[in-house]
Ligand binder design. Sequence first.
Ligand code: ZN
Length: 574
Amino acid sequence: MIQYELNCNFPNQHYIQFKAIFPVNESVTILKLSVWRPGRYELGNFAKNIRNFRVYSSQNKSIEFKKIDKSSWEIHSENESEIFIEYEYFASELNAGSSFLDETQLYVNPVNCIFYSDNSKDEEYCLKLNIPSNWEIATSLKIEDSSLLASNYEELVDSPFICSHDLAKETYEVEQIKFHIWFNKQKFIDWDRLKKDFVRFTQKQIQAFGHFPANEFHFLIHSLPYAAYHGVEHLNSTVITLGPSYDIFGSQYNELLGVSSHELYHVWNVKSIRPKEMYPYNFEKENYSSLGYVYEGVTTYMGDLYLLKSGVFNLSTYLNELSKQLQKHFDNSGRYNYSVAQSSFDTWLDGYVQGAPGRKVSIYTEGCLLAFVADIMIRKAAQNKFGIEEVMKRLYVDIAQQEKGYEQADYKRILEDVSGLCFDDYFENYINGTRPYDELVMNALNYLGLELVQKPSSLYSESKLGFKVLSKGKNFLVQAIHPQSPAASGGLSLGDEIFAVNDIRLNGDLNQWLQYFDSEQKSLSLSREGRIMNITLTSSVNFYYFDYKILLSNLITGDQMNNLRYWGEEGIDF
Ligand SMILES: [Zn+2]
């Protein structure tokens, strides 16, 4: 067994103090820290947060060690049966995948900060937590006294925990499985409404797969005082950050439902149904996979769709969410340059930042829309008997439950078996290619009696000049430029900070002044890389950025209505 002790001596400095005892049986032991965390397919290099690492023997004698790469420590362990290590971890970041310590809480994602060796991966871990006696512990791990127990490294690093004096918990049960909802620091909680909604989408998801991969499940929700929206999936829990707290049961409630349903779906799709390249996870390096359109795309699509199918969302709420994905799709010219499969491979390069403009696409957005297209292709062919949920069920039963990883060929074969259709074109041109698939989306919408309404953006800068901005005080930062627009040909650059139009100092009113000078040339005063300059833009008769919205057609036929009901189930209540 590997014994760990965690101390929080100087919480305001955000350093967690670790002590550990590793059993050893070789003359050289290599202790490693993971370089990434499951759920985020890019390098995290958590070793950058380690300070004061030292090793000593059972006689308290210093043992020599050296680092042999950025995340591995080589230790001379001859003549020892166990080694003692000490180090500190800088836990100052609070998101759904990080670790954080302050005076009020200890929140740990063990993959950030717990060591392993190749020989010790199957050993049990015991983490003794030295925390204030009035703090509770929220986790899916087994708790004995104030110690957490994990049967091996993989279980431990997929089981985050929150210790705090401000935890609230309620439990609900579906199919004899207990689901625990924890909130950290949320004053007002509408438990009745929350549990009713959670029961509904949980039931629908379990029904679709016929089995839940874990014995119980924990939603660990951090309520934050500032705007936040992030979730990370784990084997039998999820960590979610949301904020600001006063909005969680107000305007953010649909986001809470959306992220929770998405993370629950991941228990099957990625924690169980896992790409071959990640089965098992390799914590030492990148786990490249082109299948992000399945593990994030299908999850994005199904997470929201189960809210509709279970009646938690009505059709108009659901269509708002799907419209947002289409909006992101059309706004990103990267779709002409890089496929969703290539973009998935490259999450390890720059998957979580905007990066070079027009270079790549989102596995969430394109994966969701292509999952929608596949779902409707199947429904059409199977006369609404089933859709993509049947494909995911077979991936789960035929591959995941047989303890295997899947490949693109497996996904394609099952899509074809379930639908009786050929998916060559779908994979060649749309998953692995960059051919526009707008028409496929329109056809799928039409099958359900839905239509896409496209209007020029109501913002002058977007529709007539072709650039998007973010406000910064009274000024505006350029966030996106349409490649064929007056903004592009007129010399505007990403990151430009616009502060005047035709010599009028802006006061948070860029679009009002652009509209005012509609028929004239517009001289923009801006700051770029520390220099002040002017550029002149002329509006053209064309429109560049549009607003997209999916609506129920007024002319919906009986057949379309029927298709819509099979697809949306309890959410279609008219
Ligand atoms: Zn996800």
